[in-house]
Design a protein around this ligand. Structure first.
Ligand code: ZN
Length: 284
């Protein structure tokens, strides 16, 4: 047990050390290339530590301009020149503790985009079905407390607070494991449920890919999704400025418990080269 903890701490320290080195290299390179203005998208999953979230947003607020989902879509369509480094904040999965962040977002005047799974929201009242589905979908222990999600009333409240809701598939299945019929059924249901229960916003036409890594994405899913949605938000890191007509949006997953220097290294693009290389795997 003791050696296991020691090993975990060693790995964490090693990761921190590595990220800091990449960050220093990046700082040096960006020093020579100040003209590049980035448009990045952040994904935050768990929001149970409010103090850390405030710390993270205060830090980001110094360098980045937070943009609304509507401003993001407008920019992607018009490709006007960005004046400042800009950041869109997104939350995936629709966990109940997302409600905690609403007052914090207000404090920073942030309008965020919440991607939710309408099928799971709908089935949440089923004590039998929901724990089984949620376990399969998120791969976690099927106790209701662990996986409490936002309900439709919560989502309507979030919309009223000036935030947007997007589609994260009906049940958060790994889409590349579904056959064509299952994929069509899942996506059609998710669209119907969002339209039936919430006020339309243009983020309904955006889809956040469940899991979102390169190994979860295949060309069949991508081509189907791109016929059904305007934008597909991935979990692949990168800058979204200066990209021609791309439907796939790059996003940076951050943990609110990470050292801020690690978050900086992600957002400065310190790891983008690795993800561009990974992207080739979808095609080949
Ligand atoms: Zn997810």
């Amino acid at each position: 047990m003791y050696s296991k903890i020691k090993m975990l701490l060693f790995k964490k320290n090693l990761r921190n050390y590595f990220c800091r080195i990449i960050n220093r290299i990046n700082l040096f390179l960006n020093f020579k290339n100040n003209s590049k203005i980035q448009l990045r998208v952040l994904i935050i999953h768990s929001t149970d530590n409010k103090n850390e979230l405030v710390k993270l947003l205060s830090h980001l607020n110094k360098k980045w301009s937070f943009i609304t989902p509507d401003q993001f879509f407008k920019f992607m369509e018009s490709k006007q020149n960005l004046k400042k480094p800009s950041l869109l904040i997104t939350f995936d999965d629709g966990f109940k503790n997302n409600l905690n962040v609403i007052p914090i977002l207000k404090r920073f005047s942030i309008s965020a985009l919440f991607f939710v799974c309408p099928g799971l929201v709908e089935l949440q009242s089923s004590n039998l079905l929901f724990p089984l589905l949620a376990k399969k979908s998120f791969g976690i222990s099927p106790t209701k407390r662990d996986i409490e999600l936002l309900n439709w009333d919560d989502l309507r409240f979030i919309q009223k607070q000036g935030h947007s809701i997007g589609n994260h598939s009906s049940f958060h299945y790994q889409l590349n494991k579904l056959n064509r019929e299952q994929l069509i059924e899942d996506i059609n249901l998710s669209k119907r449920l969002l339209e039936k229960n919430l006020t339309y916003n243009q983020s309904f036409e955006s889809f956040s890919y469940p899991f979102g890594g390169v190994k979860h994405i295949n060309l069949l899913c991508l081509s189907f999704l791109s016929r059904n949605f305007k934008y597909i938000f991935s979990g692949i890191r990168g800058d979204n400025n200066n990209r021609n007509k791309s439907k796939m949006i790059f996003r940076d997953a951050v943990s609110i418990n990470d050292h801020l220097e690690i978050t900086d290294s992600f957002l400065m693009g310190g790891f983008d080269f690795y993800y561009r290389f990974q992207l080739l795997k979808i095609i080949f």
